[in-house]
Structure formats: structure tokens, C-alpha cells
Design a protein around this ligand. Structure first.
Ligand code: NI
Length: 429
């Protein structure tokens, strides 16, 4: 229905109970994605707080989705309609407690693709129309939520393309009477006078059945993932691009749908511009790893700036954009380096030592042992043995629940500052 939409899922254990979530992000709609995230994170934090915990992405590691129906939570957020400049999203939370009590709550939000703003369902209605809506609801057979909501906020309202309002409220249930939602429909002729300006705009968009008008998506090397919700790690590959091994790595990353980060040497990018361009075109992020791999702490400020500047120029000549972050060779920094590089410095939290062992049977178990959510893993795409271990490593990480993201994606929400050194994504707590 919407190009540039992509599905996400999560299986976690929070407070001993399973939580399953599935939702859909839309590229180019950061406000909508942020609304989804705050809804998800709010639900996860509430679950965790109920058992005296704080939600951490680590709770979603090594977790299989629960198959049996039993206590737990299911969170679902999907677009239910999209036309012209409007995307309608429905967010539903199903809870079953160990004592058999269950509840269903839902809300519908309306995203304006023109302004990027996300509106609550209540924004559809004129405030003065609420008493009339409630009278209509209470007269609807079968619609008997107790108490009847006295304001629009708890109402989940879906406006359809004919102008009718489908209104849902939450119901709780017990073991033999499971939770259900109560739904009432207010026909278009009754609903018309209740719609405010925003509601009338949404209706005219839905009536048009036009293709969705989306703003341009973010740059190719960036896709929204919230690493406070799902466990993330960034695989990084240094010292290339290499004409033999880098294309083989790209094929593995494409097959496994992994976005990675390549810290390129300027001298290699200049020698292999087509490979550098392949990396960029595949949607991976590229960082500056200096021109010729010196230990920057041995250089003057002018020498450091020369190494960074020449690498920026050759990477930019090969790929188009200039890198916005760098990694110092050997991870070596000091005050002069931090001052002179003019970019954020990205080191690592997990050292594969792939260059030392040259053996997947050594470096893959080492990475799997040391990795935690938010980690940055250093490897080198210039060794055949490194490439030989990637399918194993990636398959193992993904089966544990890791989302393998690139450096800008890993740090989304925590802006990278020039001259600062980073080793992993800071966790919320
Ligand atoms: Ni290096």
C-alpha cells in the first residue's frame, strides 16, 4: 500500500511475561515513526515497571515469539488506510495477565504527509460535537462501555472514506469472558457536522483514493530503527575497499539484509573507486579511516588534517558524499587528534581481532561472547578469513534478535559531536 514502508517485529520477555510486537515504519515520515516508537516504548516501560524493572533491549535477546495463547502482551501497529496526504495508523495492545484478566486498548492516529504532523483521533472532531457523539454512542445497540468516556481522548475513531466514524473503546474481561472492544458506527450524514477542519481535510484525502504523497526519504545510508526498543549492533569493516573481498562481503550483507559501516582508507578508495561506489550504492555507511593509515598521535595537527582531508577528497570523488565521521587507525587518539580531525571519532566496544587470528573459529565466538545491545564491532574487509566468517556471525546475531545497523542508525537520537570519541550507543539506563 505504501512504498518505503517496512515491517519490524520484536519478541521479548519483560517481567517474566512474553511481549510480541509488530509494527511498520515509513521512510520519510520521522514524526510518524517517532509516534510509533513512543507508543511502543511507553507500553514496554509500563510492562517493565509493573515488575520493578526498566525496559532494556537486552530483554529481546534470545527470545522466541510465544506460540501458545497465554499470559502476555501483543502490540500491533499497522496502517489501515492511506491516500493522498493522509496515512491512518491503528495501534492495538492486547494484554492477558496470569490471573486471567485481559484487556484490549487501541488508538488510531492520522499522519499528514505534507506537514509530517501526527494527529490524535480526537482532532478529527469539533469539541462542541462531543456530547452529541456520546449520545449517539449510548443509543447504539451493543455499545455499552462502562463508564461511557466523557471526552474524546479515550475514543479510538476510524474515519472511513465514506465519512462514517467507527468508534471503539477498550473493554476488560476475565477468564471466561475475554476482553473485547466495543465498536459503534456513526453514519456519514450524522458524522458530517461533527468533523472539524482537520477531520474534513482527512475525509477529502481519503475520498480521493490517490496514491500516497510521501516526502523524500532520508539518505540511502540511513533507515530509522529505534535501538532503545530493539537490540542493535553495528558491524564495521576497516582498511578497504578491497577489490577481491569487499564485493564478496557486499553479497553476504545483501543476502542477510544487513546495513553495515565501512571505514575506508583514502588510498584504497582512490585505487578502487568502483568498489567504494558499490558500497555506497548498496546503502551502507562510509567513514573516514585516514588516507594512509598512520598512527595519528605521532603526527602534528597539520599532518592529521592532511590525512583526513585527502581521505575525504578521495572517498567523496568515488562515492559522492563526504564521510561525516571517522575512525583513527589503531583507535589511537589524543587531544591533538580529537581537535584536528574535525569529525566525530567512532571506535569500538567489541574487538574481533580478526586480523590476528585470521580464523572464523576464533573471531566469531569471540564476538558472540562479547557483544551486547548498542555494540560496535570492528573487523577488516581486507582478509578472506574475515569474509569467510560473516555468514556464520550474522546468522547467529540475527537469530539472537539483533538488528544489524550502520553507525548513523545506531546513534539515531544521540547526535554525534565533532571531536568526541564513541565506542557504543549510550543506553537509556
Ligand atoms: Ni585500520
Amino acid at each position: 500500500m505504501i512504498r518505503s514502508a517496512y515491517a519490524m517485529s520484536l519478541a521479548a520477555r519483560v517481567g517474566g511475561l512474553p511481549v510480541k510486537a509488530s509494527w511498520t515504519y515509513i521512510d520519510g515520515m520521522p514524526g510518524l515513526n517517532a509516534q510509533l516508537d513512543s507508543w511502543l516504548l511507553g507500553a514496554l516501560d509500563t510492562k517493565a515497571a509493573a515488575s520493578g524493572e526498566r525496559y532494556r533491549p537486552a530483554m529481546a535477546l534470545n527470545t522466541r515469539p510465544a506460540t501458545a495463547i497465554g499470559p502476555g502482551t501483543t502490540l500491533t501497529a499497522e496502517p489501515v488506510a492511506a491516500s493522498g496526504r493522509v496515512i491512518v495508523y491503528r495501534e492495538t495492545e492486547n494484554n492477558t495477565l496470569p490471573n486471567g484478566t485481559s484487556s484490549v486498548t487501541s488508538q488510531t492516529v492520522y499522519a499528514d504527509t505534507n506537514t509530517g504532523q501526527v494527529h490524535r483521533a480526537a482532532d478529527l472532531l469539533r469539541p462542541e460535537a462531543l456530547p452529541r457523539i456520546h449520545t449517539l454512542l449510548s443509543n447504539t445497540a451493543g455499545y455499552n462501555p462502562k463508564p461511557l468516556p466523557n471526552e474524546a481522548a479515550p475514543l479510538d475513531i476510524v474515519l472511513d472514506d465514506q465519512g462514517a466514524l467507527r468508534i471503539t473503546t477498550a473493554q476488560t474481561g476475565t477468564g471466561n469472558r475475554p476482553a473485547r472492544t466495543a465498536t459503534a458506527t456513526i453514519p456519514a450524514q450524522e458524522a458530517e457536522s461533527a468533523l472539524g477542519e482537520f477531520g474534513r481535510n482527512v475525509l477529502s484525502q481519503l475520498r480521493s483514493h490517490a496514491p500516497v504523497e510521501l516526502p523524500p526519504a532520508a539518505t540511502q545510508a540511513f533507515r530509522h530503527v529505534n535501538c532503545d526498543i530493539v537490540p542493535c549492533a553495528a558491524l564495521t569493516y576497516d582498511d578497504g575497499p578491497d577489490p577481491r573481498s569487499t564485493p564478496r562481503l557486499l553479497a553476504i550483507l545483501r543476502e542477510k539484509k544487513v546495513s553495515a559501516t565501512f571505514f575506508m582508507l583514502g588510498i584504497k578508495a582512490a585505487a578502487n573507486p568502483a568498489i567504494a561506489r558499490q558500497v555506497s550504492n548498496a546503502g551502507h555507511a562510509i567513514g573516514n579511516h585516514t588516507y594512509s593509515h598512520p598512527n595519528l598521535t605521532m603526527l602534528s595537527a597539520a599532518g592529521i588534517m592532511n590525512e583526513i582531508g585527502r581521505a575525504q577528497a578521495s572517498i567523496q570523488a568515488a562515492t559522492g558524499p563526504a564521510p561525516t565521521f571517522m575512525r583513527p587507525p589503531y583507535g589511537a587518539t589524543n587531544a591533538t587528534v580529537r581537535q584536528a580531525v574535525g569529525l566525530p571519532l567512532i571506535n569500538w566496544s567489541v574487538d574481533s581481532l580478526d586480523w590476528q587470528s585470521r580464523d572464523p573459529n576464533v573471531f566469531v565466538p569471540k564476538v558472540l561472547q562479547e557483544i551486547t545491545p548498542g555494540a560496535i564491532v570492528i573487523m577488516h574487509d581486507i582478509h578472506a578469513t574475515t569474509i569467510a566468517g560473516q555468514t556464520w556471525l550474522i546468522t547467529a546475531l540475527q537469530s539472537q534478535g539483533y538488528h544489524l545497523v550502520n553507525v548513523p542508525e545506531l546513534f539515531e537520537g544521540t547526535p554525534l559531536v565533532t571531536g568526541q570519541t564513541y565506542r557504543s550507543r549510550p543506553q537509556r539506563w
